[in-house]
Structure formats: C-alpha cells, structure tokens
Design a protein. Structure first.
Length: 313
C-alpha cells in the first residue's frame, strides 16, 4: 500500500475523521517528516481543520510532552502522534482521552511500516476478534505463560480489566496504537522468569535472549543481551521502573517482528510484558517509562484453559 492510501485509512477508517473536526498531528524531529505530512494532507482532504506540531524527541517512552502540546492534545477532536518516543502512557494522552479526544499513537513509525505490515491489516476483522476475546477473558483470575526457552510466569489478573487495542477510534475518548492489534491488562501480581527472545523496548531486536527474574511484580534481575542497558534505563526513573506494568497478547496477523515495539507487540501469536507505567490503563504505577519485551511462541493458559495463541499468527 502506498503512503497516501495508508494515511487515508488512518484518517478515514481508523479515526473516522469528519468534515470540520480538528485533527492534531504531534510529531518530533526524529520522525521522517513525510509521515506526518501525509497524515496532514489526508486530514485536509477529508475536510478537517488540520494542525501539525513538531517537538524535540522525549528522553524515553512514556515521558510527558511540553505543556503547550499537552493542552493542544486535550482540545483536539482527533490526535495522531507519529513520534520516535511513545506518548501512549502519558498523563497528557490520558487527559486528552478523558476530555473526549480520539487518540492514536504511532511511536517509532517508519515509512516502511506505513507501506506494509501491521498498519495495513483489516481492522474491522481485528475489532471483531478482540470483542470475542474480551468475552472469553472477562473475569479471568490467573494466566500461566511458558516457552521452550524457559519462560515461566504466573500472573494474577483477578479483578483487573482486559482491554483491546483494535485500531478503531471512532467514539469520543477512544484510544489506540497504530499499527494496532493486541489484548492487554495491568496485572495484580507477577512471579517467575521471562525469557525475552523477540525484541525489547529501548534495545531493539534481540539476537540472544534477555532474561528477567520477577518477584512480586518487580523485576529483581536482568541477564543476557541488553541486560545492563535495560537495568540502567529502568533504574534511572527509580524503583517504579522495575514494575511489571502489563501483559499483552498480539493478535495482528499482518504485523512483523522488525525491532520497532509499536509493531512488534502486535505480532499475532506473541505475548509481551512491560516495565514501568500502567497508570493510563487501570494500573497503580505512574512513572515516565514504559518498555515492552516480546516473547515468541508462548503457551498461554488462562484459568487452566490453553488459549492456543498460535492461531493469531
């Protein structure tokens, strides 16, 4: 799919932008300018009042944008955030959603991702699948995740709410990533070992596994590829950086493992866990950090039933 068609799909299909609505595009100087410009042009063509704000890149994923940008986000009908660092898990994005803004963040988006892969999925189909999974997962209490490489996690989700990132943001306050396609939850507790063998936020694709030991929802040790760098990133923001913030399940069969977390975490048949902030989706930790780690070929058992997540690949 060419750039214009992808941009048109984002504006018209995913966001459902209507004539006269205000569409705000927030980007940064590390993002290929052809991406926000394509989105801007599509918004104008749709009859929207389009605005484009460019800022300096944030220090890490989850760091807050400037106050002026945050205020603009809150007052737009539609927000698109193609930027090198994620605005998803920020107070600014949460406040915008609570004020009725339809938001789609696109951290790390590239021209190649605009043209092929997860962004070009059938989002109506993904939305239908997500609705079915939400019914299946509702009220679940425990998730057990194992892999042949040694992942063994016991995750307490009792009382927590499963959410879906479907890419369809046509109602006030809805939010999504683009590319989209995941189920996710802020767990109550996590214990065990995670062997990250796909990619890791802030590091990229992994040639060798990264092992995280977890006790009472805290990462207590890091070993393997990128361990030293990851430990430095999480400890830079304090002890809350070690919080196991999220369990996610990828359900986008078009998504590919490319080293950009935005797409990697949506790859069908994978799971991911995240470190840091989860205050924007029902969790209890607020910190300027959110880093996802992708685990391939997992067995996911929910309350004793195998979900057979390989069918999402």
């Amino acid at each position: 799919m060419d750039m214009k068609k992808s941009a048109d799909m984002v504006i018209n299909t995913c966001m459902g932008a209507k004539k006269g609505e205000t569409v705000l595009i927030v980007t940064d100087t590390c993002t290929d300018e052809t991406i926000p410009k394509a989105l801007y042009a599509s918004a104008v063509e749709a009859g929207c009042e389009a605005l484009l704000l460019t800022m300096e890149p944030r220090a890490q994923h989850g760091a807050e944008p400037p106050a002026l940008v945050a205020e603009a986000m809150k007052n737009a009908d539609v927000l698109l955030a193609p930027a090198s660092k994620s605005l998803t898990h920020t107070k600014a994005r949460k406040n915008a959603s609570e004020n009725g803004t339809r938001t789609a963040t696109m951290p790390g988006i590239t021209v190649g991702m605009m043209k092929e892969g997860g962004l070009n999925a059938d989002y109506e189909k993904i939305s239908k699948l997500a609705d079915e999974l939400l019914e299946t997962l509702k009220g679940s209490k425990e998730v057990r995740i194992t892999t042949e490489l040694g992942t063994d996690l016991v995750i307490d989700v009792e009382g927590a709410e499963w959410l879906a990132d479907t890419g369809m943001c046509q109602k006030n306050g809805q939010t999504s990533n683009l590319p989209a396609g995941e189920m996710y939850i802020a767990p109550k507790n996590v214990n065990g070992k995670a062997v990250i063998d796909g990619s890791m936020g802030g590091i990229g694709l992994l040639e060798k596994p990264l092992i995280i030991e977890i006790r009472d929802r805290k990462a207590v040790s890091f070993e393997g590829e990128g361990a030293e760098k990851l430990e430095e990133m999480v400890d830079k923001v304090g002890t809350d950086g070690r919080n196991i913030a999220e369990l996610g399940i990828g359900i986008n069969s078009n998504a590919m493992l490319i080293g950009v977390i935005l797409e990697d975490e949506k790859v069908g048949g994978t799971i991911h866990i995240a470190l840091g902030d989860n205050s924007t989706f029902g969790g209890d930790v607020s910190v300027d950090l959110h880093l996802d780690g992708i685990i391939r070929n997992p067995k996911v058992v929910v309350d004793g039933t195998d979900m057979n997540v390989g069918r999402f690949a």
